[in-house]
Design a protein around this ligand. Structure first.
Ligand code: NI
Length: 185
């Protein structure tokens, strides 16, 4: 049972920049992260940002093991990222299907930087600095966008590739989609 509902597109908290975390290693932060991991697992998401559960903080989590549901997708170690910053490492853009727990049942074809460097902090306040590529880079950019009030449709160039999964893909199983980018984030 979900402790909190995931907010959906249209909610004001999904349209604003979240507040930076100023205190690390607190019980509140631990509780928030535990709740976020629980909700992400329960909803079978591959990422979640605190504003999606109504918490105005620059906190995001992501990660997945390789799964039957996303056979093409690489595994990404479970990660907490707080007060993140992202820097593109090349001009290379990749497009792929993306989903979001705040837009249930929908997919869009979204361009993202293929190569990024992200920085931030873990729950103890220790710095994180990671180079990411492809699907990993996509997930981080998607979650980061939640912290600055942006949802994936705002990144799209071709709105004819935005819609409900059943209408876009008909009877095709999710696992038969041509790209590994899909998944709810
Ligand atoms: Ni999302």
């Amino acid at each position: 049972m979900a402790i909190r509902d995931v907010l959906r597109m249209g909610h004001p908290l999904l349209q604003q920049t979240a507040q930076p975390v100023t205190e690390f290693n607190t019980a509140e932060l631990q509780t928030l992260l535990a709740e976020m991991f629980e909700i992400m697992a329960e909803q079978e998401g591959i990422g979640l940002a605190a504003p999606q559960i109504g918490v105005d903080q620059q906190v995001m989590i992501f990660g997945m093991e390789s799964s039957a549901r996303y056979p093409e997708a690489e595994a990404i170690a479970k990660c907490v990222l707080i007060n993140p910053r992202i820097e593109p490492l090349s001009e290379r853009i990749e497009e792929a299907w993306e989903g979001c727990l705040s837009l249930p049942g929908m997919r869009g074809w979204v361009p993202r930087y293929a190569d990024i460097l992200y920085r931030g902090f873990d729950q103890s306040g220790d710095p994180i600095e990671v180079e990411a590529h492809g699907f990993h880079a996509r997930v981080v950019q998607h979650e980061y966008d939640h912290l600055v009030g942006v949802l994936y449709p705002q990144r799209m160039r071709n709105m004819s590739k935005f819609g409900y999964i059943e209408e876009l893909f008909g009877d095709a199983q999710e696992s038969e989609l041509t790209d590994s980018g899909e998944g709810d984030e």
